[in-house]
Ligand binder design. Structure first.
Ligand SMILES: C[S@@+](CC[C@H](N)C(=O)[O-])C[C@H]1O[C@@H](n2cnc3c(N)ncnc32)[C@H](O)[C@@H]1O
Length: 222
């Protein structure tokens, strides 16, 4: 089974220290939600987020949405040859179940994430569609138990999507950053066996995911 981990993803609830900021309070009033129950989003909470720690890896749930839509809408995933995980910047892991159909609407996706952070599970017919747990990247990688962990980064060795897909075994784990800018932390790098760059330009994570998984799919199921 191929695994995809979106790591250090910019997905979290509004942290305690920002809950009383005026931009957060006015948005919470408008949405009729408590600040502590809302997903942090730089589009709405920009003023509150100025100067916070690790700001480049926070408040971009839209990136996670795009990546998940990409990974969970393809034959490789429908045919149960791909497992998908979201590791967040605050060391939580979302386990994506089989045949999950995520909302295309961003607004509905955010609602779903808020429910997941609050209830810890989203179920249908007794099965977990999504589950969130406190878990470090180390523990997730150990739990997946892949033969090889491949990180995607502009700092990696130059390769191509085709070449990488040919080299990947079926029991490999692909790691992509779920953040807007910046690079993997040491904590992630130390669990990665090989770091690969697939384009001379820094690209959006969902573009890298789409292109690489398509090449893997051609090799695995076509
Ligand atoms: C928006 S990028 C973050 C940019 C990061 N500074 C970089 O250059 O890798 C999000 C993720 O997409 C992947 N990515 C983006 N461009 C890439 C490239 N040219 N080669 C390999 N991975 C790439 C990486 O996993 C990265 O963490």
């Amino acid at each position: 089974m191929l695994s995809l981990v979106l790591t250090e993803s910019a997905l979290e609830l509004v942290p305690k220290e920002l809950q009383n900021h005026s931009s957060v309070l006015s948005y919470s009033k408008k949405m009729k939600k408590r600040p502590s129950d809302m997903i942090l989003d730089i589009s709405w909470h920009y003023a509150a987020m100025k100067g916070i720690k690790d700001s480049l890896k926070r408040g971009r749930p839209d990136l996670v949405h795009l990546c998940l839509l990409e990974a969970c809408s393809i034959p490789l995933y429908f045919e149960k040859k791909l497992r998908v995980y979201v590791h967040t910047i605050n060391n939580k892991v979302i386990f994506v179940g089989e045949k999950v159909r995520l909302p295309k609407s961003y607004h509905r996706f955010i609602g779903l994430m808020e429910k997941l952070f609050s209830d810890k599970k989203i179920q249908e017919g007794g099965k977990n569609l999504l589950e969130i747990k406190d878990m470090t990247f180390d523990n997730l990688i150990d739990r997946i138990g892949a033969k090889e962990v491949i990180g995607l980064s502009t700092k990696g060795l130059k390769s191509s999507y085709v070449q990488l897909a040919q080299e990947l075994g079926n029991n490999s784990c692909i790691v992509v950053g779920g953040f807007a800018r910046g690079h993997f932390s040491e904590m992630v790098l130390k669990k990665i066996d090989k770091l690969i760059c697939v384009d001379k330009n820094p690209l959006e994570a969902h573009v890298v995911i789409a292109r690489l998984l398509y090449e893997c799919e051609k090799r695995i199921i076509m």
